[in-house]
Design a protein around this ligand. Structure first.
Ligand code: P53
Length: 473
């Protein structure tokens, strides 16, 4: 049994990491715009530092990014040349509602995405649209405090009603919140949260979580009402936690860590708050801001499919502070059996098969791998060519394991979109030099470069993978 004939091969990007054009055609400012490159980035992502505007001492990579705002047609043509069946992209909320709380949308922003979707349709590429990929209008953070405020649910509802209506028939696959569990690890990116002095951070995060989960369920409801053809997915930053060893304490720790992430998907897919979470929140004195009718909305509007990103597995250990693996927002212990990327992310292809099985066992809904890839330095040779054999090796190994999950284990899988199919700004570090693409973009970490696009060796490799439906890796 091979992958199904209509398997959705493609690539993934996010608006703030590739579009640029941050102040064009009426676009408003977003949290992601004011996150600089450099050492101050991290505390801001974590919500520990207030930084809601630009200053002269930092470089802001999202302002121009790879200027897809002006290159999208050329970029889509390259995706089509590789044979993409789908393209995962996100909408910049602030192009459509510049402040977030307007009643009427910005027509220029709506028209921009409509053009893109029409071009996708012409090229036979099915768009897979992330409604919010770490972005939140700055105005909603300044005025309302981001997702800690229940009013965000109404603003989000206004956004989704607008886009589901406008793009009916052009888009069928939607993701409500990128890596929704990231809210716990990077609350400024995940929920527009800036912590106030002395407040209970865990309480604030779980308030925001309830609001996002409610907004996600309402979006699912509205999407189905507007077009029964719409398919709505949740999106998890996945990667199973392995117990460090068979010590029962480490096994229990791995279970707890996995549940911390599955908490979100349990609600989005099963439709209710899991008991383990209710008990644990109660023990911590954390209250979910549940109002009358909320639980019914969650129960009645579960997702159609489960999407996730997978870069690596993780390791759980009760002690062992000294062994943290570097370079990732998820604080995890390093796995002695695995190699690491240049950025310290551990490489575990088999972990993808394991993770797919864990998720499928738990939810029994179709899966969609919407991010996977290797961030690496690419150096053009004297002819200007990039022989990214390391990237090909990473992707081939992961796709081979993905196929085993489908062919040997019977996991239902809709598609696979590799992350950063064209080089873009890193979410974690703000660097351009951490490249994931099949397409090289001439731009460095502080904004120099011609923005010229060049196919890497992996471009031709992936084209062949798609053409053979994954048989020739
Ligand atoms: P970068 C951390 C851990 C797992 C997934 O990440 C993550 C992050 C954030 O750094 O985010 C996803 O660019 C995210 C993308 C992001 C991609 O992983 O830090 O959905 O926006 O670019 C890769 O190398």
């Amino acid at each position: 049994m091979a992958l199904k004939k209509d398997f959705l091969w493609g690539g993934a990007t996010a608006a703030n990491q590739c579009e640029g054009g941050y102040n064009l055609d009426g676009r408003g400012l977003a949290n992601v715009d004011v996150v600089p490159h450099g050492k101050d980035r991290f505390p801001i992502i974590l919500g520990e530092m207030k930084h809601l505007d630009f200053d002269d001492t930092h470089f802001y990579p999202a302002k121009e990014a790879i200027d897809m705002y002006h290159h999208w047609k050329e970029d889509l043509a390259l995706f089509a040349e590789m044979g993409f069946k789908t393209y995962r992209m996100s909408l910049a909320w602030t192009r459509i509602f510049p402040n977030g709380d307007e009643n009427e949308p910005n027509e220029a922003g709506l028209a921009f995405y409509e053009e893109i979707f029409k071009e996708c349709q012409r090229l036979g590429i099915e768009p897979l649209v992330t409604i919010t990929h770490f972005d939140c209008p700055i105005h909603l953070i300044k005025e309302y405090g981001g997702w800690r405020n229940r009013k965000m649910v109404d603003f989000y509802e206004n956004l989704v009603r607008t886009i589901f209506t406008r793009y009916k028939g052009l888009v069928h696959y939607w993701l409500t919140f990128n890596e929704i569990n990231m809210l716990l690890h990077a609350p400024f990116m995940g929920a527009g949260i800036v912590f106030e002095e002395g407040e209970n951070k865990e309480q604030v995060k779980y308030i925001a979580a309830h609001h996002e989960l409610l907004a996600s369920a309402l979006a699912t409801k509205i999407a189905h009402e507007i077009d029964p053809e719409n398919k709505i997915g949740c999106m998890l930053a996945a990667g199973d936690f392995y117990p460090y060893d068979c010590h029962p304490d480490n096994v229990a720790e791995a279970q707890a860590k996995n549940r911390e992430n599955f908490f979100f998907i349990d609600v989005q897919s099963r439709g209710n708050y899991p008991n383990y979470a209710l008990k644990s929140l109660e023990r911590q004195g954390i209250k979910l801001p549940i109002e009358t009718g909320d639980l019914e909305i969650l129960a009645e509007n579960t997702v159609d499919f489960i999407s996730f990103s997978y870069y690596s597995s993780r390791v759980a250990k009760v002690t062992g502070e000294s062994e943290k693996s570097a370079g990732n927002i998820f604080e995890a212990v390093s796995n002695p059996y695995l190699e690491s990327s240049e950025w310290g992310w551990q490489i575990d292809p088999k972990g993808l098969r394991i993770t797919m099985n864990t998720i499928y066992d738990r939810y029994q809904k179709p899966l969609f791998i919407v991010e996977n890839g290797l961030g690496a330095v690419d150096t053009p040779d004297e002819k200007g060519e990039i022989n990214d054999n390391y990237r090909i090796a990473y992707l081939a190994a992961h796709i081979a394991e993905m196929k085993k999950a489908v062919e040997l284990d019977g996991v239902e899988l809709l598609g696979y979109t590799s992350w950063g199919c064209i080089d873009l700004v890193s979410a974690g570090t703000g660097e351009m030099s951490k490249r994931y693409g099949f397409i090289y973009v001439d731009r460095d970490d502080v904004g120099n470069g011609s923005l010229k696009r060049t196919a890497k060796k992996s471009f031709y490799w992936y084209k062949k993978v798609i053409a053979t439906n994954g048989e020739d890796l």
